[in-house]
Each structure stands twice: as C-alpha cells, then as structure tokens.
Design a protein around this ligand. Sequence first.
Ligand SMILES: C[S@@+](CC[C@H](N)C(=O)[O-])C[C@H]1O[C@@H](n2cnc3c(N)ncnc32)[C@H](O)[C@@H]1O
Length: 278
Amino acid sequence: MSTIKDLLQTCPLPALEARMLMQAASQLSRTQLISRSLDALPASQTAAFQALVQRRVIGEPIAYILEHKEFYGRDFIVSPAVLIPRPDTETLIDTLLEIYHAQRGAPLRVLDLGTGSGAIAVTLALECPAWHVSAVDISADALAIARRNALALGAPVTLTQSNWLESIPKTMQFDLIVSNPPYIEANDTHLSQGDLVFEPTIALTDGQNGLTHYQHLVDTVPQYLSAGGQLWFEHGYNQAAQITGLLEAAGFQHIETRADLGEQLRITGGTYVHHTKG
Ligand SMILES: C[S@@+](CC[C@H](N)C(=O)[O-])C[C@H]1O[C@@H](n2cnc3c(N)ncnc32)[C@H](O)[C@@H]1O
C-alpha cells in the first residue's frame, strides 16, 4: 500500500488537482491530508483516487469529477447535464445587483431563461430574498440539478421545463428577465477543446451563428415584461454590438453593455417601454 504522500507525488496532475481528487477519494480534509501524509491509504481508496485521476487525465473537467463548483461564494452541485457555472456569469450577477441596488428589498418578479445548474436564479434569490425568482430550462436533467441546488442552498425558486417562454402563461409579467443562452457559433473550434468537449452541446451552441437564441428572446420577451421591465443577457466577448443591435431593433431603450473582470464586453441589457396605441 502507498502512502498519501507517495500517491500525490507520483500523480501526473498539477498538485492542486491531485490534492482535490485525493480529498474526494479519501474523505479527508486538506489539513488531515497533511497531518496523515505518511499514512498508507487503504486499497479501496487508492483505487478510487486512481480512477478519479484517470478521468482527469483524459480531460474531464474537475467540476464534473467532484460534482460541485463554487459560484458567487456558494457551492453548486453540477453534472454533465449542466454547464459548469463560470466566473464570467458572476459579472452578470454583480451588474444586476448594482443596477437594482435600491430595489433589492422590493418584491421584483424575476425570470432566468436557460437556468442550467440554477446558478443565476438561485444566487439572485439568495442575494435578494424579497425577489420572486422563476427559472426555466428545456432540459429536464438540467432542471433536476437546479432543483437540487435550490433545495440544498435554501433558495425559493420556481422551476419550469420550457422551450424558452413557450410554457410560461402569457398573463405572467416579470420586472427583470435574464439569460445566458447558448451563444457559441457552430463552427467555433473551441467546441472541440478543453472542458467544452464534456459540456452539453445544448448549453453551448445554437448550432448556427450564435445569435439565433438572442433574436428569439428579444422578440418574445417584451410581452412578458412589466412596464419599464428590463432584459439582461450574458453573451460572447465579440457579440456586444450585435446584441445591442438586436435589442434596439426590438424596441428596447437605455441599452448598456458592461465588461467582465478581464475587460471583455460580456453583459448587455435594456429597458422595454411599452407604447400605448392611439
Ligand atoms: C449557457 S447555459 C447557461 C446555464 C446557466 N444559466 C449558467 O449561466 O451557468 C444555457 C442553458 O440554456 C438551456 N437551453 C438551451 N436551449 C433552450 C431552450 N430552447 N429553452 C430553454 N432553455 C434552453 C440549456 O439547457 C442550458 O442550461
């Protein structure tokens, strides 16, 4: 039997990843791994560690192997049915919390379209407990993960399976609608690289030019927005001008784009002012 130290030292992965997988296989904390580093790891746990290492060696994202990922300071359950929540999306949360700073205590009606793990909806519900947060996804498997996250984190989010707004009654009105839809172009080579190979295609690309979901959403969202309601999108680093154009063409006003921490323009939103006829 090998010691924990030997197994970590001979592991082909970066030290941090090796340690995280060892913690998962041994059920020991980071501190225990250090204080017991000369202990022999039982055979069953050694086999479990080696199996996890093999998965990582062939490129499986560490979040899928560990089945969780931190987002906005909270631990989210993830599975291959959902996109792994990204730090970029934390910029969307920051933007919304800044814009709605004065209304965090008001009972705003909020809808997250394409919720995946529930990262956006659950975070907004917890950061703004007065808000009524709903979320949809077309994938039943993704919704099951979002439901587990909402439950585990104590977030009261209403979850519905829907092809975008199709199953949401037309009588419902929201003050804020947010979405991080699949926006990668079908021929983008990143789709066959890194973590993206393991993530659900339906969460990554529209199978076309990357803009078709935005076009559909700017056309269908307005009838669900209350007077002065806002629509905010996360989008690709090179899509800000096109998203702005789509929002303008659909009649949105006060359109703004925000940059993420890497200074890429990744968040765009606007306000819908309903025009009365006559
Ligand atoms: C880029 S992921 C975003 C996941 C999550 N909101 C996040 O930011 O981490 C896009 C999500 O949209 C969902 N989706 C794709 N097509 C959809 C559709 N037609 N209707 C509803 N959801 C859809 C996917 O299943 C996926 O969960």
